[in-house]
Design a protein around this ligand. Structure first.
Ligand SMILES: [Zn+2]
Length: 143
């Protein structure tokens, strides 16, 4: 996705979003590029070079973006969560009850992990208790 600075024959300056410079020229030739202010199709490209829109690749995946490595931030987040899970006390199926007790100061504040059904997780979230649905740990950790 690129943004092209455009100028209509009435002197209105605006930006147009196009898949490519080729797409702009094609749409322009077919008078599909209209000024948002006066609707004229007499629109020309300003001399400034088209620039890439940051983050637009997420909206319009193309061959050129598929080889991009995964976000490093995502990997760090994953590692942080894994580390949190290892330190957390495993309370198993008592998780929803224990999370509530901690939230309402009936149990010492600490990191816990365990098992909650989708419904239980939703109830906790609705009560304002921060829980993080995560993949179920291996069976041998649950007993
Ligand atoms: Zn105009």
């Amino acid at each position: 996705m690129i943004i092209i600075d455009l100028l209509c024959d009435q002197g209105h300056r605006f930006e147009g979003w196009f898949a490519s410079g080729e797409a702009f020229r094609d749409q322009s030739q077919r008078h599909l590029v209209l000024c948002p202010h006066c609707q004229t199709s007499s629109v020309s490209q300003l001399p400034s070079a088209p620039h890439l829109k940051r983050g637009a690749s997420e909206l319009a995946p193309s061959a050129s973006t598929q080889s991009v490595a995964p976000e490093p931030a995502l990997a760090r987040l994953h590692e942080a969560l894994a580390s949190m899970a290892r330190k957390a006390e495993n309370v198993g199926t008592a998780f929803p009850e224990e999370a509530r007790r901690i939230h309402y100061d009936e149990a010492p504040a600490r990191s816990i992990r365990g098992i909650a059904t989708v419904d239980e997780t939703r109830e906790l979230l609705e009560e304002g208790i921060a829980v993080l649905p995560a993949p179920v740990p291996p069976d041998d950790e649950l007993h």
